[in-house]
Design a protein. Structure first.
Length: 332
Protein backbone atom coordinates (compact mmCIF):
# COMPACT_ATOMS: atom_id res chain seq x y z
CA UNK A 1 0.00 0.00 0.00
CA UNK A 2 1.43 3.38 -1.05
CA UNK A 3 0.84 6.11 1.53
CA UNK A 4 0.02 9.37 -0.24
CA UNK A 5 -0.24 13.02 0.71
CA UNK A 6 -2.28 15.28 -1.59
CA UNK A 7 -1.45 18.95 -2.11
CA UNK A 8 -4.10 21.07 -3.81
CA UNK A 9 -7.39 19.60 -5.03
CA UNK A 10 -8.25 22.23 -7.62
CA UNK A 11 -11.04 22.27 -10.22
CA UNK A 12 -10.35 18.75 -11.56
CA UNK A 13 -10.56 16.81 -8.33
CA UNK A 14 -14.14 15.53 -8.45
CA UNK A 15 -14.43 14.60 -12.12
CA UNK A 16 -10.84 13.49 -12.81
CA UNK A 17 -8.75 12.44 -9.83
CA UNK A 18 -11.15 11.28 -7.15
CA UNK A 19 -12.86 8.55 -9.26
CA UNK A 20 -9.53 7.01 -10.33
CA UNK A 21 -8.08 7.15 -6.82
CA UNK A 22 -11.18 5.35 -5.54
CA UNK A 23 -10.62 2.65 -8.15
CA UNK A 24 -7.06 2.25 -6.86
CA UNK A 25 -7.87 2.19 -3.14
CA UNK A 26 -6.38 -1.31 -2.82
CA UNK A 27 -2.99 0.15 -3.74
CA UNK A 28 -3.17 3.76 -2.57
CA UNK A 29 -3.85 4.95 0.96
CA UNK A 30 -4.39 8.70 1.23
CA UNK A 31 -3.04 9.73 4.62
CA UNK A 32 -3.19 13.54 4.49
CA UNK A 33 -4.72 16.30 2.37
CA UNK A 34 -3.88 19.99 2.11
CA UNK A 35 -5.90 22.52 0.15
CA UNK A 36 -6.10 26.31 0.67
CA UNK A 37 -9.87 25.88 0.99
CA UNK A 38 -10.02 23.91 4.23
CA UNK A 39 -13.63 22.80 3.83
CA UNK A 40 -12.74 21.24 0.49
CA UNK A 41 -9.80 19.40 2.06
CA UNK A 42 -12.03 18.14 4.88
CA UNK A 43 -14.60 16.81 2.44
CA UNK A 44 -11.97 15.01 0.37
CA UNK A 45 -10.19 13.59 3.42
CA UNK A 46 -13.38 12.16 4.91
CA UNK A 47 -13.70 9.34 2.37
CA UNK A 48 -10.21 7.98 3.10
CA UNK A 49 -10.21 8.76 6.80
CA UNK A 50 -7.22 11.00 6.08
CA UNK A 51 -5.86 13.90 8.10
CA UNK A 52 -6.37 17.49 7.01
CA UNK A 53 -3.01 19.26 7.03
CA UNK A 54 -2.80 22.93 7.96
CA UNK A 55 -0.12 23.64 5.36
CA UNK A 56 2.45 22.09 3.05
CA UNK A 57 5.15 22.14 5.73
CA UNK A 58 2.85 20.34 8.13
CA UNK A 59 1.88 17.75 5.53
CA UNK A 60 5.47 16.81 4.62
CA UNK A 61 6.73 16.66 8.22
CA UNK A 62 3.92 15.31 10.41
CA UNK A 63 2.54 12.33 8.50
CA UNK A 64 4.07 8.97 7.44
CA UNK A 65 4.01 9.41 3.65
CA UNK A 66 5.71 7.50 0.84
CA UNK A 67 4.91 9.99 -1.92
CA UNK A 68 2.98 13.12 -2.87
CA UNK A 69 0.35 14.05 -5.44
CA UNK A 70 0.68 17.72 -6.35
CA UNK A 71 -2.64 18.17 -8.12
CA UNK A 72 -3.08 21.94 -8.04
CA UNK A 73 -0.64 24.70 -7.14
CA UNK A 74 -1.64 27.70 -9.25
CA UNK A 75 -2.24 29.79 -6.15
CA UNK A 76 1.41 29.40 -4.99
CA UNK A 77 3.35 29.16 -8.25
CA UNK A 78 6.44 26.91 -7.84
CA UNK A 79 6.62 27.03 -4.04
CA UNK A 80 4.92 23.63 -3.44
CA UNK A 81 7.16 21.90 -5.99
CA UNK A 82 10.30 23.43 -4.45
CA UNK A 83 9.30 22.16 -1.01
CA UNK A 84 8.22 18.70 -2.19
CA UNK A 85 11.30 18.17 -4.36
CA UNK A 86 13.48 18.49 -1.25
CA UNK A 87 11.74 15.69 0.67
CA UNK A 88 13.53 12.76 -1.03
CA UNK A 89 10.17 11.20 -1.86
CA UNK A 90 8.44 10.78 -5.25
CA UNK A 91 6.12 13.53 -6.46
CA UNK A 92 3.38 13.27 -9.11
CA UNK A 93 2.87 16.72 -10.67
CA UNK A 94 -0.35 17.72 -12.42
CA UNK A 95 -0.98 20.97 -14.24
CA UNK A 96 1.29 23.68 -15.57
CA UNK A 97 4.94 24.08 -14.61
CA UNK A 98 5.25 27.49 -16.25
CA UNK A 99 8.14 28.60 -18.46
CA UNK A 100 11.03 29.24 -16.03
CA UNK A 101 13.63 26.97 -17.62
CA UNK A 102 16.48 27.78 -15.24
CA UNK A 103 14.39 27.01 -12.16
CA UNK A 104 13.01 23.78 -13.60
CA UNK A 105 16.47 22.65 -14.73
CA UNK A 106 17.77 23.28 -11.21
CA UNK A 107 14.91 21.29 -9.66
CA UNK A 108 15.55 18.44 -12.11
CA UNK A 109 19.29 18.44 -11.38
CA UNK A 110 18.67 18.17 -7.64
CA UNK A 111 16.14 15.37 -8.12
CA UNK A 112 18.53 13.46 -10.38
CA UNK A 113 21.35 13.83 -7.87
CA UNK A 114 19.13 12.51 -5.06
CA UNK A 115 17.53 9.78 -7.24
CA UNK A 116 14.06 11.20 -6.58
CA UNK A 117 11.15 10.69 -9.00
CA UNK A 118 9.42 13.92 -10.02
CA UNK A 119 6.80 12.79 -12.54
CA UNK A 120 4.93 15.44 -14.55
CA UNK A 121 1.50 14.50 -15.86
CA UNK A 122 1.95 14.15 -19.64
CA UNK A 123 -1.47 12.71 -20.39
CA UNK A 124 -1.07 12.50 -24.17
CA UNK A 125 1.66 9.88 -23.76
CA UNK A 126 -0.78 7.46 -22.17
CA UNK A 127 -4.00 7.90 -24.12
CA UNK A 128 -5.55 4.63 -25.25
CA UNK A 129 -4.73 5.48 -28.88
CA UNK A 130 -1.07 6.24 -28.14
CA UNK A 131 -0.64 3.06 -26.11
CA UNK A 132 -2.19 0.99 -28.90
CA UNK A 133 0.01 2.73 -31.47
CA UNK A 134 3.15 1.57 -29.67
CA UNK A 135 1.88 -2.01 -29.70
CA UNK A 136 1.27 -1.72 -33.45
CA UNK A 137 4.68 -0.13 -34.03
CA UNK A 138 6.31 -3.21 -32.50
CA UNK A 139 4.10 -5.84 -34.15
CA UNK A 140 2.96 -4.43 -37.52
CA UNK A 141 3.89 -0.88 -38.47
CA UNK A 142 7.55 -0.44 -37.57
CA UNK A 143 9.25 2.68 -36.24
CA UNK A 144 7.68 6.08 -36.96
CA UNK A 145 9.24 8.32 -39.60
CA UNK A 146 6.94 11.33 -39.52
CA UNK A 147 4.10 12.84 -37.51
CA UNK A 148 1.39 15.22 -38.75
CA UNK A 149 -0.81 16.97 -36.17
CA UNK A 150 -3.64 19.36 -36.97
CA UNK A 151 -5.15 21.32 -34.11
CA UNK A 152 -6.27 24.65 -32.71
CA UNK A 153 -5.10 26.13 -29.40
CA UNK A 154 -7.75 26.21 -26.65
CA UNK A 155 -9.89 29.34 -26.59
CA UNK A 156 -9.91 31.68 -23.59
CA UNK A 157 -13.28 30.43 -22.35
CA UNK A 158 -12.95 26.85 -23.57
CA UNK A 159 -13.36 24.07 -21.01
CA UNK A 160 -10.44 21.63 -21.05
CA UNK A 161 -10.57 18.14 -19.56
CA UNK A 162 -6.91 17.95 -18.54
CA UNK A 163 -5.10 20.37 -16.21
CA UNK A 164 -2.16 22.23 -17.71
CA UNK A 165 -3.75 22.58 -21.16
CA UNK A 166 -5.53 25.89 -20.74
CA UNK A 167 -3.06 28.34 -22.28
CA UNK A 168 -1.15 28.09 -25.53
CA UNK A 169 2.25 27.43 -23.97
CA UNK A 170 1.06 24.50 -21.86
CA UNK A 171 -0.97 23.12 -24.75
CA UNK A 172 2.07 23.16 -27.05
CA UNK A 173 4.32 21.73 -24.33
CA UNK A 174 2.01 18.70 -24.26
CA UNK A 175 2.07 18.30 -28.05
CA UNK A 176 5.84 18.72 -28.37
CA UNK A 177 6.43 16.22 -25.59
CA UNK A 178 4.11 13.73 -27.30
CA UNK A 179 6.05 14.08 -30.57
CA UNK A 180 9.39 13.53 -28.82
CA UNK A 181 7.94 10.58 -26.91
CA UNK A 182 6.68 8.92 -30.09
CA UNK A 183 9.90 9.53 -32.04
CA UNK A 184 12.08 8.38 -29.12
CA UNK A 185 15.00 10.50 -30.26
CA UNK A 186 16.44 13.98 -29.93
CA UNK A 187 14.98 17.02 -31.73
CA UNK A 188 17.60 18.98 -33.66
CA UNK A 189 15.80 21.90 -35.33
CA UNK A 190 12.56 23.89 -35.23
CA UNK A 191 11.06 25.95 -38.06
CA UNK A 192 7.79 27.89 -37.81
CA UNK A 193 5.96 29.53 -40.70
CA UNK A 194 2.66 31.38 -40.95
CA UNK A 195 0.22 30.73 -43.79
CA UNK A 196 -2.62 33.16 -44.44
CA UNK A 197 -5.74 33.17 -46.59
CA UNK A 198 -6.96 36.76 -46.51
CA UNK A 199 -10.43 35.70 -47.66
CA UNK A 200 -11.03 33.20 -44.85
CA UNK A 201 -9.40 33.63 -41.44
CA UNK A 202 -10.43 30.10 -40.45
CA UNK A 203 -7.91 28.84 -43.01
CA UNK A 204 -4.98 30.77 -41.48
CA UNK A 205 -2.50 28.60 -39.62
CA UNK A 206 0.97 28.33 -38.16
CA UNK A 207 3.07 25.36 -39.15
CA UNK A 208 5.78 24.14 -36.80
CA UNK A 209 8.23 21.57 -38.14
CA UNK A 210 10.48 19.76 -35.69
CA UNK A 211 13.34 17.80 -37.23
CA UNK A 212 14.72 14.84 -35.30
CA UNK A 213 17.91 12.83 -35.65
CA UNK A 214 17.66 10.65 -38.79
CA UNK A 215 16.83 6.96 -38.64
CA UNK A 216 20.07 5.15 -37.69
CA UNK A 217 19.31 2.22 -40.01
CA UNK A 218 17.82 3.76 -43.15
CA UNK A 219 19.24 7.30 -42.55
CA UNK A 220 15.86 8.68 -43.69
CA UNK A 221 14.78 11.97 -42.15
CA UNK A 222 12.38 11.98 -39.22
CA UNK A 223 10.17 14.93 -38.39
CA UNK A 224 6.94 16.17 -36.86
CA UNK A 225 4.72 18.86 -38.37
CA UNK A 226 2.17 20.61 -36.15
CA UNK A 227 -0.43 22.69 -37.99
CA UNK A 228 -2.15 25.14 -35.63
CA UNK A 229 -5.25 26.78 -37.04
CA UNK A 230 -6.03 30.37 -36.10
CA UNK A 231 -9.73 29.58 -35.65
CA UNK A 232 -11.60 26.40 -34.82
CA UNK A 233 -14.61 25.51 -36.94
CA UNK A 234 -17.73 24.59 -34.98
CA UNK A 235 -18.00 21.21 -36.67
CA UNK A 236 -14.43 20.19 -35.79
CA UNK A 237 -13.35 18.28 -32.70
CA UNK A 238 -11.09 19.98 -30.18
CA UNK A 239 -8.99 16.83 -29.99
CA UNK A 240 -5.96 17.13 -32.33
CA UNK A 241 -5.84 14.98 -35.47
CA UNK A 242 -2.78 12.72 -35.35
CA UNK A 243 -1.25 10.97 -38.37
CA UNK A 244 1.89 8.84 -38.03
CA UNK A 245 3.78 7.39 -41.00
CA UNK A 246 5.90 4.35 -40.14
CA UNK A 247 8.33 2.09 -41.98
CA UNK A 248 5.68 -0.54 -42.75
CA UNK A 249 2.40 1.36 -42.58
CA UNK A 250 0.60 4.27 -40.98
CA UNK A 251 -1.79 5.10 -38.14
CA UNK A 252 -4.14 7.96 -37.37
CA UNK A 253 -6.50 8.94 -34.59
CA UNK A 254 -8.82 11.87 -33.97
CA UNK A 255 -9.92 10.89 -30.46
CA UNK A 256 -8.14 9.27 -27.51
CA UNK A 257 -10.17 6.06 -27.67
CA UNK A 258 -10.13 5.05 -31.35
CA UNK A 259 -7.34 4.37 -33.83
CA UNK A 260 -7.19 3.55 -37.54
CA UNK A 261 -4.13 1.82 -38.94
CA UNK A 262 -3.00 0.36 -42.25
CA UNK A 263 -0.21 -1.85 -43.52
CA UNK A 264 0.27 -3.84 -46.73
CA UNK A 265 -2.36 -6.41 -45.84
CA UNK A 266 -4.79 -4.66 -43.48
CA UNK A 267 -6.85 -1.51 -42.96
CA UNK A 268 -8.48 -1.58 -39.53
CA UNK A 269 -10.31 0.82 -37.21
CA UNK A 270 -10.27 -0.19 -33.54
CA UNK A 271 -12.40 1.09 -30.68
CA UNK A 272 -10.35 1.43 -27.48
CA UNK A 273 -13.11 2.52 -25.12
CA UNK A 274 -12.61 -0.52 -22.89
CA UNK A 275 -8.88 0.12 -22.44
CA UNK A 276 -7.52 1.80 -19.32
CA UNK A 277 -7.67 5.59 -19.43
CA UNK A 278 -4.48 7.62 -19.29
CA UNK A 279 -4.79 8.80 -15.69
CA UNK A 280 -5.12 5.27 -14.34
CA UNK A 281 -2.04 4.22 -16.32
CA UNK A 282 0.02 7.19 -15.10
CA UNK A 283 -0.90 6.68 -11.44
CA UNK A 284 -0.17 2.96 -11.81
CA UNK A 285 3.30 3.74 -13.17
CA UNK A 286 3.87 6.30 -10.43
CA UNK A 287 2.97 3.82 -7.70
CA UNK A 288 5.31 1.27 -9.21
CA UNK A 289 8.13 3.82 -9.09
CA UNK A 290 7.31 4.63 -5.46
CA UNK A 291 7.78 1.01 -4.38
CA UNK A 292 11.08 0.70 -6.23
CA UNK A 293 10.08 -0.27 -9.77
CA UNK A 294 12.26 0.86 -12.67
CA UNK A 295 9.45 1.48 -15.16
CA UNK A 296 10.35 4.62 -17.18
CA UNK A 297 8.26 7.73 -16.52
CA UNK A 298 8.39 11.35 -17.61
CA UNK A 299 10.61 13.74 -15.67
CA UNK A 300 11.20 17.48 -15.35
CA UNK A 301 13.83 17.37 -18.09
CA UNK A 302 11.09 16.34 -20.53
CA UNK A 303 9.16 19.45 -19.50
CA UNK A 304 12.25 21.62 -20.04
CA UNK A 305 12.79 20.13 -23.50
CA UNK A 306 9.20 20.83 -24.53
CA UNK A 307 9.29 24.39 -23.13
CA UNK A 308 12.46 25.06 -25.08
CA UNK A 309 10.80 23.80 -28.27
CA UNK A 310 7.87 26.16 -27.67
CA UNK A 311 10.24 29.11 -27.24
CA UNK A 312 12.25 28.14 -30.32
CA UNK A 313 9.06 27.86 -32.37
CA UNK A 314 8.09 31.42 -31.45
CA UNK A 315 11.55 32.80 -32.12
CA UNK A 316 11.70 30.96 -35.44
CA UNK A 317 8.46 32.61 -36.56
CA UNK A 318 9.74 36.01 -35.44
CA UNK A 319 13.12 35.64 -37.15
CA UNK A 320 11.85 33.78 -40.21
CA UNK A 321 14.51 31.05 -40.09
CA UNK A 322 14.92 27.52 -38.68
CA UNK A 323 16.56 27.41 -35.24
CA UNK A 324 18.79 24.72 -33.79
CA UNK A 325 17.70 22.87 -30.66
CA UNK A 326 20.32 22.55 -27.93
CA UNK A 327 20.12 20.71 -24.62
CA UNK A 328 20.99 22.47 -21.36
CA UNK A 329 24.48 20.95 -21.38
CA UNK A 330 25.03 22.04 -24.99
CA UNK A 331 23.96 25.60 -24.16
CA UNK A 332 26.44 25.89 -21.28
Amino acid sequence: MVRIGIIGLGPYWEQRYEPVLRMMDQRIQIKAVFDPVRSRAEQAAEHWDAAVASGIGSLVSRYPLDAFLLLHSDWMDHYPLKILSQQNRPVYIAGSLGEELELLELIHARATEQLVTLMPEFSRRYSQATSRFFELAVTRLGNPNSIQIETCCPGVDQEVEIPGQKNETDFLVGLFDWCCYVMRTKPVQVHTTFHSDSSDLSEDYRQIKVDFLPDPVSTSERFAVIKIKSEQRESESYFPRHQIACRNGKAEFHSPDEIHWEDESSSITESLKSDRRELEVMLDHFCRRVIGGIIPVANINDVCQAIQLVKLSRNSLKEGVPLKFETASERD
